[in-house]
Ligand binder design. Structure first.
Ligand SMILES: [Zn+2]
Ligand SMILES: [Zn+2]
Length: 917
């Protein structure tokens, strides 16, 4: 092979090769195996076809090819311990496979694997070995069939067939049932790759060292094995193959570690840019680098398949690998959350083949960072506690930490078992895994973890209504239920009235629990009118809950939804609930700006521009409005300017509650389709500042001169100048007759300006020009490029012409026909056509010409030859191309793998001769 294939290209050539041989390309199944309760994660290519092999299901195809996502991190197949210590183990990996369901068998499977490895991928034939089955118990016949087929492969050294017994070369689904011999392909990587070189060891295929590497296992399922040892041939024979993707990539890219393939280049580069390490420093610290890249890749794929970090089952695994990666990050000096950046490199590399990564990108990045932040809060206290336990252990001359104690570390500090064990092992100690699992099971039973999670619809409201009734009976809360005041109290003290975990009302919650909290009063804004929920914290004396959402769970019941991030909150504890004020301020800037935008749109476009939808988030605002046509850029600029003028005018924002009738009479803007109660909240932005005057007349006058007047329940600033700045990011269509504006304010506007300014500075730097001169410079460059293109095209035509003129000397005479078949390098189809015309000018009769450039081919024949039975298209197909056109003129393409163009062109004369018989 001349050029090294990338990992993505290697995967694709594997799939393409088998599709060309009649296989259906089947997408990978999810890492969460559907319908297989015995498996935590999909751990081999076999999982998605198991039902076909045991005969409980069928597929519409008989040949399949796939690349299957696999995870080996829990249960019987667990490679976690090895990851990072060597160059070959991963928690996540891909398995390439081709499959025959009662269709082709050994002859095809072996021939194709040989062809792919040696012809397509160019592996050296003399370095490959094939193993076949010979029963060490003597019950099952030796697989001479496979061995004989191997010996027929072109270039295969017959002495490279080796026989092995049950352990290496017999595949069994279970102790009894379907089974069959395997034939494995191994490669000899050479003496220098022998990690035991110079020692006394078994050196050879299936030996003890790293010199011989197994590449591909072909399993031939042909027998049914009964308990009494009876062996019956299966009615339908199957082929099941597996090739570790990371491994074949390392061999084809000629590197001695899976982590040195391009599969990991992106993630390693990101990590190295974060640590500032040189490549040499990275090599010294390679274990943490490997662990982080491996774990980040697994976590990205897990979250893409819906397995977010959590406390139980699969979710625990995601949490554990993220936290383990985070801890290895601290070993190379990373203090801030960094996994999202590594995962971004993973998504970039794998996103084309596994679109679920692209689709869930935001969820993946968000979950990683959240989990790292959560872990960072407790890890120090947790490890300090563990260190104490380990010192006690050493003092008592023991080596294994009690599993219950390890579980306490997890329940209190969120330190997963695997991390406690890592730390213990680094000191030559260990942790009792069975004890940890026992303690975990006890805990999950005690906290009702086995019960169904959550409730739905009416059942949910009824559940919360009952909680409220109960609290009212106990006089814990008034008849109106939870008091709601997001306007004046963003920090509220109160007693924890109820905690809900896993759909049950509980008396206390533990670390990492997802929890709903009821307090007598709240200052958290509940999403409405487009303004999003508040976030924040509820803190007790020795515990903390992170609040991500609030909701009205039933009439009179507002719950804070979040997660326990430290300690153990209990019902009856005194607590303080505090809204994240920075975030709230960003939201308020966007909401007040939305009212200014609404006003400006009316001024610039007219009164028909009514609000049709809105989002007020901390990062940006989105405003939909009725407007038939796209806004001109001049209109957009005017709107943006008007809003910024209103900000600079530092206008007061006044919120008053009054009757709906009165507000409407005063001309307050109500939203179409919105339901209002009898009393409403009004938000006015006043043109005059004399509201602050102590003279009642001036005050009244100020209230009359409203710049904007809306019915609105949202939270707002007191003065427009607090918005800082307002920038429109985009104007576009939202639906028929509805336009959408997205904009940023305050911090968001500052960040946008910074970003744009940086881009401009970089552009100016690259152009070596002043900022103001960038547009002129770019225009000059564009002109220059256009001139150069024209010049290049001229030169190409000239060069093609002179090549062609030289080649005219090589016109052959076949029968009585003048035939020319040549390659013209660096030309295009137009040039070829004009050259073909020149040929026809020279040979108006009995002339045939085939011209090739790159993969493009053009053929023409003179009319007299068409009449004699030779068509231009015949010449294209005759030299191995595809295409069509008129009988005297055809255009097509040669396959990319055609090899030497001259070889193909050599066939043209033969075509002429055959067709003109
Ligand atoms: Zn060896
Ligand atoms: Zn509003």
């Amino acid at each position: 092979m001349s050029k090294k294939l990338t990992g993505n290209e290697i995967r694709q050539t594997f799939i393409d090769f088998f599709v060309e041989h009649g296989h259906t390309a089947v997408p990978s199944m999810s890492l969460v195996p559907g319908g297989d309760a015995t498996l935590l994660f999909t751990n081999s290519g076999m999982v998605q076809f198991k039902d076909v092999f045991i005969g409980t299901d069928t597929r519409p195809y008989k040949r399949a090819v796939d690349s299957q996502k696999c995870l080996r991190v829990a249960g019987k197949h667990n490679d976690l311990d090895e990851v990072g210590r060597d160059d070959t183990h991963h928690t996540f990996f891909e398995m390439l496979g081709n499959w025959s369901f009662g269709d082709y068998y050994k002859k095809e499977a072996i021939a194709w694997s040989w062809q792919l490895l040696t012809d397509v991928w160019g592996l050296p034939k003399d370095k490959l070995y094939a193993t076949c089955f010979e029963d060490d118990k003597g019950d099952i016949p030796r697989d001479d069939e496979a061995a004989d087929i191997w010996k027929l492969q072109p270039g295969f050294d017959p002495s490279h067939v080796l026989f092995f017994g049950r352990k290496e070369n017999l595949w069994q689904m279970a102790e009894f049932g379907p089974c069959g011999p395997c034939s494995e392909i191994h490669i000899d990587l050479g003496e220098e790759r022998d990690n035991l070189r110079g020692t006394d060891h078994v050196c050879g295929v299936n030996g003890e060292c790293t010199r011989y590497l197994e590449l591909w296992n072909n399993v031939f399922i042909q027998y049914n094995l009964f308990e009494d040892g009876r062996l019956e041939p299966l009615p339908a024979k199957h082929v099941d193959t597996g090739m570790g993707f990371e491994r074949i990539v390392s061999v084809l890219q000629g590197v001695d570690s899976n982590y040195k393939t391009d599969l990991f280049t992106g993630s390693l580069d990101v990590l190295r840019s974060l640590t500032g390490h040189t490549e040499k420093e990275m090599d010294v610290n390679f274990t943490p680098y490997r662990v982080i890249c491996d774990h980040a890749r697994s976590a990205a794929f897990l979250i893409a398949d819906g397995v977010v970090p959590g406390n139980g089952g699969r979710n625990y695994v995601t949490r554990m690998i993220i936290r383990r990666a985070a801890r290895f990050g601290t070993k190379i000096g990373l203090k801030e959350p960094f996994l999202a950046k590594v995962a971004e490199a993973v998504i970039n590399y794998y996103g084309d083949f596994y679109p679920e990564l692209q689709k869930n990108k935001a969820t993946i990045l968000d979950n990683l960072t959240r989990e790292e932040v959560r872990f960072a809060r407790t890890v120090e206290a947790g490890t300090a506690h563990l260190e104490n336990l380990l010192s006690e252990l050493r003092a008592s001359n023991s080596t294994t930490l009690d599993g219950h104690k390890a579980f306490d570390l997890y329940a209190t500090y969120g330190l997963p078992f695997e991390i406690s064990r890592d730390i213990a092992r680094e000191q030559g100690l260990d942790v009792d895994e069975a004890g940890f699992n026992a303690a975990k099971n006890e805990h999950s039973k005690a906290s009702g973890g086995g019960k169904a999670m959550g409730k739905t619809g009416g059942e949910d409201a009824e559940f919360f209504a009952n909680i409220l009734k109960d609290l009212q009976t106990k006089n814990k809360i008034g008849k109106d239920g939870v008091a709601y005041d997001p306007y004046t109290s963003t920090k509220v003290d109160g007693e924890v009235l109820a905690l809900i975990v896993g759909g049950e009302s509980v008396s206390s919650a533990s670390l990492d629990d997802d929890v709903e909290v009821i307090l007598p009063k709240t200052g958290f804004y509940i999403e409405s009118g487009g303004q999003v929920n508040d976030e924040g914290y509820i803190r007790g004396k020795d515990w903390e809950i992170e609040v991500n959402a609030v909701r009205r769970a039933a009439a009179g019941v507002i719950t804070h939804i979040g997660q326990v991030i430290s300690g153990q909150p209990k019902v009856g504890d005194q607590a303080t609930a505090e809204v994240d004020l920075t975030r709230r301020h960003n939201i308020m800037r966007n909401h007040t700006a939305t009212h200014l935008l609404h006003k400006a749109l009316h001024e610039v476009l007219g009164d028909h521009a009514r609000q049709a939808g809105s989002l007020v988030a901390p990062t940006h605002l989105r405003f939909d409005f009725t407007q038939p046509d796209a806004m001109t850029s001049e209109q957009v600029e005017r709107v943006e300017k008007m809003v910024n003028e209103a900000i600079a005018a530092d206008m007061p924002v006044v919120k008053v509650t009054k009757s709906l009738d009165e507000a409407k009479k005063e001309g307050a803007m109500a939203l179409f389709g919105e339901k209002y109660g009898e009393t409403v909240r009004t938000v006015s932005i006043l043109e005059s500042d004399s509201l602050l005057s102590d003279k009642p007349q001036q005050q009244a006058a100020a209230l009359q001169s409203k710049y904007s007047y809306e019915l609105c329940g949202g939270t707002h600033l007191d003065r427009t100048s607090d918005i800082g700045a307002f920038l429109i990011v985009s104007e576009g269509s939202a639906a028929a007759g509805i336009r959408r504006i997205e904009a940023v304010t305050g911090r968001g506007a500052y960040e946008l300006i910074q970003k744009r300014f940086k881009t401009l500075k970089q552009t100016a730097g690259a152009l070596k020009s002043a900022l103001e001169e960038v547009p002129v410079k770019v225009e000059m460059l564009q002109d220059e490029v256009a001139d150069l293109k024209k010049e290049l095209a001229n030169l190409r035509t000239q060069s093609a012409l002179s090549t062609f003129n030289l080649q005219l000397a090589n016109v052959q005479t076949v029968k009585d026909v003048n035939v020319l078949a040549v390659e013209i390098p660096n030309a295009d189809a137009d040039t070829l056509r004009s050259l073909a015309d020149k040929f026809r000018e020279k040979y108006p009769q009995a002339g045939a010409v085939v011209l090739v450039t790159g993969s493009t081919v053009i053929a023409t024949v003179t009319e007299d030859l068409v009449k004699r039975g030779l068509k231009a298209g015949d010449l294209i197909t005759g030299i191995g191309g595809k295409g069509g056109g008129r009988p005297n003129m055809a255009q097509g393409s040669l396959p990319a793998s055609r090899g030497n163009a001259n070889e193909a062109l050599g066939k043209a004369a033969k075509v002429v001769e055959e067709k003109l018989k």
